[in-house]
Structure formats: structure tokens, C-alpha cells
Design a protein around this ligand. Structure first.
Ligand code: GDP
Length: 186
């Protein structure tokens, strides 16, 4: 396990990095992809969302199993609105965070489409984690934890609910994904 103190952010020299893990964040528009990314890479939540539009990826460097890993996490930057995500987005991705909003049924129903999109464009060995975001909005929940867990199991996905707003489970979910990727490549 690593702690935030292990982070040295941008101080790291390129030659000190053992691995770069490319991770793509996908899912319907407005499920919280950009905010999850900001929470993990900067421990920030932007009230004025979409401040990162146009930015292709953010990074965070950390130590895992005594290896220095640079997580390079790609944001769709709104391309999903126009169903215009190009195959370049998926190229070389070792992991995917597939996000839905626990308060919007449709975003969960569309997860199957995103899995098809991954099958068509990403490497077969990509590690996929399903994230039910906005767990802070428990009163507005329409997708049960049990349904999502069962679906994830059927599809062979890792699963976690999280909240980019409160930060709940965000770190744990990303670290789990990174650990699973490490297991695949090492
Ligand atoms: P994206 O289109 O998937 O990248 O979604 P954004 O990250 O832009 O978030 C869409 C909206 O949902 C914004 O208004 C965010 O402030 C809000 N949002 C994102 N994550 C959460 C969360 O965990 N809880 C709550 N309550 N709102 C969130």
C-alpha cells in the first residue's frame, strides 16, 4: 500500500520511472469522469466543472510493489457526447475506469455499450473497473449496489462505488486498478 507521502509528483525524473500505465476513463457524459480524475491526480474537486476541457491526460506518480509507476490517466474531454472517441484514445491502454452515475439508470444501462466499445478498440488484456459514481447522493440512488455487483461479476469487471465529490473510495479504486494492471504485466 502506498500513502500520499510516497508521491513525489512531477519531481520525478523520467529515468526513475519503472512503468507508465495508461488508463482510460470512459462512460456517459456527466457521470463524473473528469472529477474522478481530478480527485485521484490532484485531490481536487472542481465546482466549476469542465475546467480541464481539452486536456488529454493527467498523471500521478506513485510507488507500488517497490516500483515507480506513472499512472497516465486519459479523459475523453467530452468526446463521448458526439460518440466520437477515436481508437487512438484506447491505444496502449492497460486499464479502464468505466463510470456510471448511481442516480441515472440510463448511464448504467449504457455500460454494455461501453464494454462493446472496449472490445472493439482496446487490447484484450485490458483491466476494467466499473465505478458507480456519486455515492454521496444516496437519497437519489436508482441503481442498487447488488445489481451492479452482479453485473460486474458476470462481465468479469472489478467494481466499486465511489464519490468524486467526497473522495470516498476514489483512491482505493484507482489503486486497485493499478495493482491489477501490475499483476497482468509483471
Ligand atoms: P463527465 O462529463 O463524466 O466528465 O462528468 P463531470 O466530471 O464533468 O461531472 C458532471 C457533473 O456531476 C458535474 O456537475 C459534477 O460537479 C458532478 N459530479 C461529479 N462527480 C460527482 C460526485 O461524486 N457527486 C456529486 N454529487 N456530483 C458529482
Amino acid at each position: 500500500m502506498m500513502t500520499r507521502e510516497d508521491d513525489r509528483g512531477e519531481e520525478w525524473e523520467a529515468e526513475e520511472i519503472d512503468y507508465v500505465f495508461k488508463i482510460v476513463v470512459i462512460g456517459d457524459s456527466a457521470v463524473g469522469k473528469t472529477q474522478l480524475l481530478g480527485r485521484f491526480t490532484k485531490d481536487e474537486f472542481f465546482l466549476d466543472s469542465k475546467s480541464t476541457i481539452g486536456v488529454e491526460f493527467q498523471t500521478r506518480t506513485l510507488v507500488l510493489n517497490r516500483k515507480r509507476i506513472k499512472a497516465q490517466i486519459w479523459d475523453t474531454a467530452g468526446q463521448e457526447r458526439y460518440r466520437a472517441i477515436t481508437s487512438a484514445y484506447y491505444r496502449g491502454a492497460l486499464g479502464a475506469m468505466l463510470v456510471y452515475d448511481i442516480t441515472k439508470r440510463q448511464t448504467f444501462d449504457h455500460v454494455v455499450r461501453w464494454i462493446d466499445e472496449l472490445r472493439a478498440n482496446a487490447d484484450n488484456s485490458i483491466v476494467v473497473m466499473l465505478i458507480g459514481n456519486k455515492s454521496d447522493l444516496a437519497k437519489s440512488r436508482v441503481v442498487s449496489t447488488e445489481d451492479a455487483m452482479e453485473f460486474a461479476e458476470e462481465q468479469g469487471l472489478f467494481f466499486s462505488e465511489a464519490s468524486a465529490l467526497s473522495g470516498d473510495n476514489v483512491e482505493t479504486a484507482f489503486l486497485r486498478l493499478l495493482e491489477e494492471i501490475y499483476g497482468v504485466i509483471s
